[in-house]
Design a protein around this ligand. Sequence first.
Ligand SMILES: [Zn+2]
Length: 307
Amino acid sequence: MRQQQTIRKPVTCTGVGLHSGCGVSLTLTPAPPGTGIVFIRTDLSAKPWVPAVIANVRPTMLSTTIGVDGVQVQTIEHLLAAAAGLEIDNLYVEVDAPELPALDGSATPFVDLLLEAGLAAQDRSRSYLKIVRPLDVTEGDKRISIRPASTASVTYTIDYDHPLIRRQAYTYDWSPDSFIRDIAPARTFGFLREVEALWEAGLGLGGSLHNTLILSDEGLLNEDGLRYRDEFVRHKILDLVGDMTLLGMPIVGEILAIRSGHALHARLVSRILESRDNWVLVSAETHAPAGRLRELPPSLVASPQRD
Ligand SMILES: [Zn+2]
């Protein structure tokens, strides 16, 4: 419970987009209180702004993409996760290409960049969206739900018919220390047999063993091996932490996800915002859930996202 945060100074990195294969330069700069996270396409003459809110999410297969008036920014979830993990509320993200750099496929390079910039407390308190009644989104055997709790946590379960994965479950109790240590280093993964299909769809063009864990039928192609035995489920949590920032503010509740993914994460965010009786806004100054209620800005309230 505290003040909103941004970063102290601009920082820059460069890399290649995972799906587009395009080179991209990314600059993070401080933003005023109440801004949220706003992407700016500096390669376009109008330098259009694309705020990272659920109303701007565009359907994609494998990553989280936002867009306004035909201007898109793709694969934003690992940077969003780093910002959420470090409890950064306000940030401008300037990119000179339509996709963020993949870097090493985890959130750690973004965490390091944000820590290099330094965190700055701002003169406005944080608001939290506190769940008071449960919500549930399902699709076949995939499920994601959220229920009331006094803190934020995520329990994720995945199930793949692969000897290195099988059933993995992990619980993340939301905190910057745990995010940096337990979640941020977990990398994107994919299956070798799916790579060709991705290329045919014009995706994964920047993917390599430097930024993706690639699984063969029996094992792992990456010679350095895994960072954690359960790196796969930890990466799913990383993606969810990033996608939950599309709410526009931090959440208080217990999230349970089973075989979920970006599309279902986005549907949970939409369902929460639509279900106005299931949550209250709690200011950082008021600990009681029935304390000061505020209305969400209309721009945050989305029409339902469909897969
Ligand atoms: Zn990811």
